[in-house]
Design a protein around this ligand. Structure first.
Ligand SMILES: NC(=O)c1ccc[n+]([C@@H]2O[C@H](COP(=O)([O-])OP(=O)(O)OC[C@H]3O[C@@H](n4cnc5c(N)ncnc54)[C@H](OP(=O)(O)O)[C@@H]3O)[C@@H](O)[C@H]2O)c1
Length: 207
């Protein structure tokens, strides 16, 4: 069975682990092994918790549930050759007022550039962590926007997204992350700065 590593047990990492618990083979990578084991004890699977590097080495799919700068540093310092790497980062300014990069590149492309052998797929960056705490039936029609250059990697991540209780909307090749990341920023703008809250997500409407 395909093994997926979740790297970083913050809001997104824990939320995805809860959504994927019992649905696929998972390994958790964290800098805080004791905290990770306490969290894993709340899940049904009896998951292995190890360092971020060991979790990535053991997995076919590596989910970087890290702040952008940490995701970039991890991708640069870890052998991700041949692995499907899921980038869910929004490269945010510290005050959440905008993105630090865009237009001519994206977080996903920067991660790909430092890990050229990885097969990077953008996903989940428009999904607020609070949605992961809702029943999967609430989000089954909510799209996770995907961007990636490797068809097999896109197929793997599509399956993962469906197992996690969402549907997918393919935005295009990896450079479409330049479009998807500002969409994540718009979601943050609406959710936090326009007062809509975090029980929202963008979706495309066919009329
Ligand atoms: N929160 C959301 O609603 C949301 C929605 C969409 C996308 N995102 C994106 O998803 C990523 C993770 O967001 P999050 O809300 O889960 O963040 P978070 O709660 O702050 O968790 C990030 C985790 O990354 C790990 N980490 C490794 N190096 C780190 C470093 N230098 N500084 C801080 N943390 C480090 C930590 O896990 P360990 O201690 O276990 O190693 C930490 O718990 C971000 O890129 C964010 O832009 C977030």
């Amino acid at each position: 069975m395909t093994k997926s590593a979740i790297i970083g047990l913050g809001n997104m990492g824990k939320g995805l682990a809860r959504r994927l618990d019992g649905k696929t083979d998972l390994i958790l990578g964290t800098r805080d092994i004791t905290g990770g084991e306490n969290f894993a004890a709340t899940l049904s699977q009896g998951l292995r918790v190890t360092s971020p590097q060991d979790a990535a080495a053991a997995a076919d799919i590596v989910i970087l549930a890290l702040p952008y700068a940490a995701a970039l540093a991890f991708a640069k310092s870890t052998n991700l050759e041949g692995k499907v790497v899921v980038d869910l980062t929004n490269p945010l300014k510290e005050d959440f007022s905008g993105l630090t990069i865009g237009h001519s590149t994206s977080a996903a492309e920067e991660i790909q550039a430092v890990a050229p052998g990885a097969r990077v797929v953008k996903a989940y960056n428009t999904i607020f962590a609070s949605l992961l705490d809702r029943p999967a039936s609430d989000t089954s029609a909510t799209p996770v926007f995907l961007a990636g250059d490797d068809e097999a990697a896109i197929a793997s991540v599509t399956r993962l997204v469906e197992l996690s209780g969402f549907t997918t909307e393919l935005a295009g090749g990896l450079n479409a992350a330049r479009l998807v990341e500002p969409l994540g920023m718009l979601n943050i703008q609406l959710g936090y700065h326009q007062g809509r809250g975090t029980a929202i997500a963008p979706a495309w409407q066919a009329l």
